[in-house]
Design a protein. Structure first.
Length: 138
């Protein structure tokens, strides 16, 4: 099954989108092995970095492109369909087609890959207060 952005955004809730994307992998499962340098070269390329910025803008920096779930920390771009060494070497459509990419936070990315129920989905609004990022000023 090829997962697409067009199908994903038809799903209204975070949980529905998460279930659509789940891969049920296992931590430590070998993906690129000794050829890991290939995906590292890809993820540092100009082409990927530019596209990454476009995907973040398209999704408004929100987790799984849900407007209420603005990502506060590091933003990851998730390949909705796992890529392989073959995809990188042959520059298949799975690599750079925005239809196969989505914005996530680290926690959501781990949930997609490993479906670890121990990971907490924190979706409440953060109540901010004066100097809350500078505790020594209280």
């Amino acid at each position: 099954m090829i997962r697409t952005y067009s199908e994903l955004i038809k799903l209204e809730t975070f949980e529905e989108r998460l279930n659509y994307l789940k891969l049920f992998g296992k931590v430590g499962e070998d993906t690129f092995g000794f050829d890991r340098y290939l995906n590292q070269m890809f993820y540092t390329s100009y082409e990927w970095r530019k596209l990454r910025n476009d995907i973040i803008a398209r999704d408004m920096g929100c987790d799984l492109a849900i407007p209420e779930f603005e990502i506060q920390g590091k933003i990851l771009i998730h390949h909705m369909n796992p890529i392989s060494k073959y995809d990188i070497i042959n520059k298949t459509d799975l690599l750079l087609n925005p239809e196969y990419l989505i914005t996530t936070c680290k926690n959501t990315h781990d949930l997609i890959h490993y479906s670890n129920k121990d990971l907490v989905i924190n979706r409440g609004l953060v109540v901010r207060s004066k100097n809350d990022t500078c505790p020594w000023r209280h």
